[in-house]
Ligand binder design. Structure first.
Ligand code: SAH
Length: 466
């Protein structure tokens, strides 16, 4: 992000604009929606500007901007559509320490004006840092269609009611009240009986919410999937949207954490500060403490929580504490990795069973039914196996597995930095050492990547879709 979006207080403050032509008109139409004091500097202003000046909507100076004009201004627009003029205004603004925008000149501007969807007091600003104005316009159009025009009046009436709503305790109860107002009672009352009806409805709604029993806390044990936010389930998205607290593992990607409700408290349960891994008892205690306060807790685990997620320990602790819980499954790393190499984890005539194993657990390398794994055609998804690859290779070869058995390692499955390494049992450990793969990796034993040229890159596929 090269430009940081903020909303600037401009009420009764001076905004200066140099220019009187088309570019000036376009900017002025936007600026006149604010409560700023607008001053225009133009020798030959367009008739509209003269009319606006006559109507008291702006102050018109029929001359050039001078250094003495700038002190006290919050913004300056250079809209002369002339490089020499623009450069002069830029110098004046910079000398006075006032932020300047040169119309249609991103490079020399200190700020840019976004595309705006105006549902005052709700304002949506859309910026693409100059990369794609067409995209900004398309998003604006989409939002204009989607945001009802009643949003403005509802927000204005709601704002006046904020102090009354403080009778509700801060947090979920107050949020539920406002959600009810904006998405249900408010629009209905406005449609049925106009603004006065909305004010009455707010009073009734508050009384109802004040008497409603407090919702109990809850823990949702949620699968975050392998990393691509688009691979989250709708249920997971909804739970993240409603979360008060999110306790997440180290492997959950920042893009997914970004989807949590903005006010949600994020707790990294893999944080160094707690030791390399937060002890399981501490995680249990955190979940229980927050749920007992009536909060909606999301325990966010990478992939599918039912696979190597230490789920039973957490469920037992929650159950013993009398806290309600639910499980939302997710896409496990094995599925994403197989998809990433264009393969299926099962195939008629090759393997009717899929084995899921872990390379090591808390006690170290794990012994498996090696003889069964060594049989031809076996397919296994081996989690947490990077460190144990040499051990695995040795055991399997010792039990008679063919040295040429295909083995594929997929790191960062579904993420932009996904990498797959085609190897064989004979060379697995050496290949892994050479490749130095970073990030979480899974071993698909018994599978080779399908020939890459047979597959279209995902983006191209989307672009070609009807
Ligand atoms: N519950 C998770 C697994 C947790 S164990 C799931 O269902 O996927 C952690 C191991 O999962 C990692 O050591 C790695 O083997 C695997 N893993 C998790 N995310 C991965 C990813 N994006 N790509 C490859 N492997 C991944």
């Amino acid at each position: 992000m090269k430009h940081f979006p903020i909303f600037l207080a401009v009420e009764n403050r001076r905004i200066l604009l140099s220019g009187g032509g088309g570019a000036a008109l376009a900017k002025l139409r936007l600026l006149m929606k604010t409560g700023a004091r607008i001053e225009v500097f133009a020798d030959a202003p367009a008739p509209e500007i003269a009319d606006w000046a006559a109507a008291g909507k702006l102050l018109l100076h029929p001359r050039e901007m001078r250094p003495c004009d700038l002190p006290g201004a919050v913004l300056v627009y250079a809209a002369d559509e002339d490089d020499a003029h623009d450069a002069r205004i830029k110098r004046l603004a910079e000398a006075a320490g006032v932020l300047v925008n040169i119309v249609d000149n991103l490079k020399d501007s200190a700020f840019i004006t976004p595309a705006i969807v105006d549902r005052d007091p709700v304002t949506v600003a859309i910026g693409t840092e100059g990369a794609a104005p067409v995209l900004a316009r398309a998003i604006k159009r989409d939002l204009e269609d989607r945001l009802p025009v009643t949003l403005g009046p509802l927000a204005r009436i709601g704002k006046a009611f904020r102090s009354a709503a403080e009778a509700l305790p801060f947090g979920r109860k107050r949020r539920d009240f406002w959600a009810d107002y904006y998405f249900d009672e408010g629009p209905r009352a406005l449609a049925d009986s106009g603004p006065e009806g909305v004010e009455k409805a707010l009073g009734r709604l508050l009384a109802r919410h004040l008497c409603a029993p407090t919702r109990a806390g809850h823990v949702a044990l949620l699968g975050a999937g392998p990393g691509d936010p688009e691979l989250l389930t709708l249920k997971a998205r909804k739970a993240l949207d409603a979360a008060d607290v999110v306790i997440h593992d180290r492997l959950v990607t920042p893009e997914i954490l970004d989807l949590a409700r903005r006010e949600a408290v994020l707790i990294d349960a893999g944080k160094q500060g707690f030791g390399r891994h937060t002890p399981q008892e501490d995680i249990n205690r955190l979940m229980i403490e927050h749920a007992r306060k009536g909060l909606q807790v999301v325990r966010l685990k990478s992939g599918d929580p039912v696979i190597y997620g230490r789920l039973d320990e957490e469920i037992d602790a929650l159950g013993a504490a009398g806290v309600t819980w639910s499980i939302v499954p997710g896409i496990t790393a094995a599925s994403a990795a197989a998809a990433g190499i264009g393969q299926s984890l099962t195939r008629r005539g090759r393997n009717s069973a899929l084995r899921i194993l872990t390379g090591h657990d808390t006690a170290g390398f794990v012994e498996q039914d090696w003889a069964a794994l060594a049989r031809p055609g076996t397919v296994a998804a081996i989690y947490m196996a990077k460190r144990g690859a040499r051990f695995l290779q040795g055991r399997l070869l010792m039990h008679g597995a063919a040295a040429e058995t295909p083995v594929t390692i997929v790191a960062n499955a579904s993420r932009p930095d996904q990498r797959s390494l085609a190897s064989s049992l004979a060379t697995l450990a050496a290949d892994l050492d050479d490749a130095g793969l970073l990030g979480p990796a899974i071993i698909l034993y018994g599978l080779a990547p399908r020939a890459a040229e047979a597959r279209l890159p995902e983006l191209q596929e989307l672009a070609n879709a009807p």
